[in-house]
Ligand binder design. Structure first.
Ligand code: HEM
Length: 468
C-alpha cells in the first residue's frame, strides 16, 4: 500500500495488514531483530511495519542509511524508545533532540570518557576482570553461563568506574536485583508497541509490576547518590568520575549543574546503557571464538606475544591497544550482532528519501543495523564470521555508514571507547588463560530485551597449563 502522499511517491513495501492491528501481531514478543532480518530479506532495504495506527519505516540499505546519517537533515528520534522515558526521562539516551538537558548533560559528562579518564578507569577494569577469572577458576571444569558472568563483569565495572559503587555481582549466585528489575522494565517498555490502544486495563498487572521495577531501580540510584553526597559533605570524596561530574560540574554553555531529577535519570541511563550492550558484545565474541578455532588460535597468539607464558599477566593500559586482532574479533561480532540492534532518526523538515519516498518532519525511521551489517557491500558471504574484514586496509576501503553498531553522529554512543577497552581487556585475559570447551554443542539463540544476547550460552573454561 502507498504510504507516501506526494505525487509520484514510491510506495514502501509491506506485508498485508490486519485491520486495527496492522502488523503488530506478526512481530514476535522479544523477537524484533530476527523478525526484521527475515522481513528485510523478503521486502528489501526499506519496508513498513504498521503498529495499530502508526507506520514505522524500517531502513537497512547502505545508500538510504548514508542519507539518514546526514545530521543536517535528520536527528535522533526518541519515539520508538519513548516507553523507556518512564524511567530514563530526559537522560542522555532518551532525551529529545530539543530538550535543553541533552546538551547540558553531554557537555558535563563528556570529560568522563576522555583519554585520561579511560586511563584512570583501567586499573579498576583489570580488578573486575580478575573477578571473572577467579570465579571461573573456582569452578574449574564446570560450565559457566557466559552472558550472566559478562553481565556481572560489566555491571561491577560501570558501578565502580562510574559511581564508586561495588555491586559485588560475583558474590551472588542469582542476578543482582537491579538487573532483574532492569530486564523486566526494558522488556515491558519494548512490548508497549504491541499493547492494544484503549485496552490498557488488561495490562494493569504488568503496569503495577513496572512501577515496582522502576522503584527498585530508583531506590538503588538514589542510595548511591545519597552515599556520595554524604562522603563529599564530610570532605572524604572529590572523585571526578561520572557521578562526581553529575553532582558537582557545571555546563560550560549555561553555567548550570544538572538538577536532581535529571541526575537520577542519568544514573539509570548509565547503569543500564553502560553494561547491557557490552555484556552482550562480549558474549557474542566468546561465542564466535568458541566456534572458530583458527580465530581463537590467532587471538591467543596475539596475547602470547604480549604476555608470554604468564597465565596471570598484569595488563597495562597500552597493552589493550596492542590487541589489534582481538579488537577485530569484537568489531566483527558487533557487525553480525550489534547488541543495540537499531536506532531511529527523524527528518528535521518534510523531505524525500531514496529520491522517491516522501517523509514528514518528525516521522521516525528505524535503521536496522543487523541488516545493514549483512548487506552484500560487505562481500560475497556477509553471514560468515571473519575478523579480517576489520584489517585496516579492508576497513579503510569500505563505504562510510556501512558499520553503525554505536549509532550516528552527535547522538552516537558516548561510552564506545569505554566499552571497547573493557571488552578487549576481558577477552584478552580469557583467551590467554583458558581453552574454551563447547561442551553443549551450543546453537545460537537470540534473547532480546531492547538489547540482544546469546540465550542460554554456556561453555567450559579449562586452564591452558592443565591441558597443553
Ligand atoms: C548511545 C551502542 C556501550 C552509554 C548508544 C547508541 C548505540 C549504542 C547504538 C545510539 C542509540 C540511538 O541512537 O538511539 C552501544 C554498544 C555498546 C555500548 C553496542 C557496547 C558494546 C556503552 C557504554 C556506555 C554507553 C559502556 C556508558 C558507560 C551510552 C549513552 C548513550 C549511548 C549514554 C546515549 C548518548 C546520547 O544520546 O547522547 N550506544 N553502547 N554505551 N550509549 Fe552506548
Amino acid at each position: 500500500r502507498r504510504i507516501g502522499t506526494a505525487p509520484g511517491a514510491g510506495s514502501v513495501p509491506e506485508r498485508t495488514r490486519l485491520p486495527l492491528f496492522g502488523h503488530a501481531l506478526s512481530v514476535p514478543a522479544g523477537g524484533f531483530t530476527e523478525h526484521t532480518l527475515r522481513e528485510a530479506r523478503a521486502l528489501g532495504p526499506l519496508f513498513n511495519l504498521r503498529f495499530f495506527d502508526t507506520d514505522c519505516w524500517m531502513v537497512s540499505g547502505p545508500e538510504l542509511v548514508a542519507e539518514l546519517c546526514d545530521e543536517t537533515r535528520f536527528r535522533k528520534s526518541v519515539q520508538p524508545i519513548a516507553a523507556v522515558r518512564e524511567f530514563a526521562g530526559d537522560g542522555l539516551f532518551t532525551a529529545f533532540g530539543d530538550e535543553p538537558n541533552w546538551r547540558k548533560a553531554h557537555n558535563i559528562l563528556m570529560p568522563a570518557f576522555s583519554y585520561n579518564a579511560l586511563r584512570a578507569y583501567h586499573p579498576t577494569m583489570v580488578t573486575v576482570a580478575r573477578r571473572v577469572l577467579d570465579a571461573w577458576d573456582r569452578n574449574a571444569g564446570t560450565p559457566v553461563d557466559v552472558p550472566e558472568d559478562m553481565t556481572r563483569l560489566t555491571l561491577d565495572t560501570i558501578g565502580l568506574c562510574g559511581f564508586g559503587h561495588d555491586f559485588e555481582c560475583f558474590e551472588r549466585t542469582t542476578p543482582h536485583p537491579f538487573i532483574t528489575a532492569m530486564v523486566s522494565a526494558l522488556d515491558h517498555a519494548q512490548r508497549k508497541d504491541t499493547f492494544i490502544p484503549g485496552l490498557d486495563f488488561l495490562r494493569r498487572g504488568a503496569e503495577a509490576r513496572q512501577r515496582i521495577n522502576i522503584e527498585t531501580m530508583n531506590r538503588l540510584a538514589d542510595d548511591i547518590v545519597r552515599r556520595r553526597r554524604a562522603a563529599s559533605d564530610g570532605g572524604a570524596d572529590s572523585a571526578d568520575d561520572l557521578l562526581g561530574l553529575m553532582l558537582h560540574a557545571e555546563d560550560k554553555d549555561t553555567g548550570q549543574p544538572l538538577d536532581d531529577m535529571n541526575i537520577r535519570y542519568q544514573m539509570l541511563t548509565f547503569l543500564i546503557a553502560g553494561h547491557e550492550t557490552t555484556s552482550g558484545a562480549l558474549s557474542f565474541a566468546l561465542y564466535y571464538l568458541l566456534k572458530n578455532p583458527s580465530v581463537l588460535a590467532a587471538a591467543r597468539a596475539e596475547t602470547d606475544a604480549l604476555w608470554g607464558t604468564d597465565p596471570d599477566p598484569d595488563p597495562t593500559y597500552e597493552d589493550i591497544g596492542r590487541l589489534h586482532y582481538l579488537r577485530q574479533v569484537l568489531n566483527e561480532s558487533l557487525r553480525l550482532w550489534p547488541t543495540a540492534p537499531a536506532f531511529a532518526v527523524e527528518p528535521l523538515e518534510d523531505t524525500v528519501i531514496g529520491g522517491r519516498y516522501p517523509v514528514h518532519k518528525g516521522q521516525p525511521l528505524t535503521v536496522l543495523t543487523p541488516v545493514l551489517h549483512r548487506d552484500p557491500a560487505w562481500g560475497d558471504n556477509p553471514e560468515l564470521f571473519d575478523p579480517a574484514r576489520f584489517d585496516p586496509e579492508q576497513a579503510d576501503s569500505r563505504p562510510g555508514h556501512l558499520y553503525k553498531p554505536f549509532g550516528n553522529g552527535e547522538r552516537s554512543c558516548i561510552g564506545r571507547q569505554f566499552a571497547l577497552h573493557e571488552a578487549t581487556l576481558m577477552l584478552g585475559l580469557i583467551v590467554h588463560r583458558y581453552r574454551l570447551i563447547d561442551h553443549a554443542d551450543y546453537e545460537l539463540k537470540i534473547k532480546e530485551t531492547l538489547t540482544i544476547k546469546p540465550d542460554g550460552f554456556t561453555l567450559v573454561p579449562v586452564r591452558r597449563e592443565e591441558s597443553e
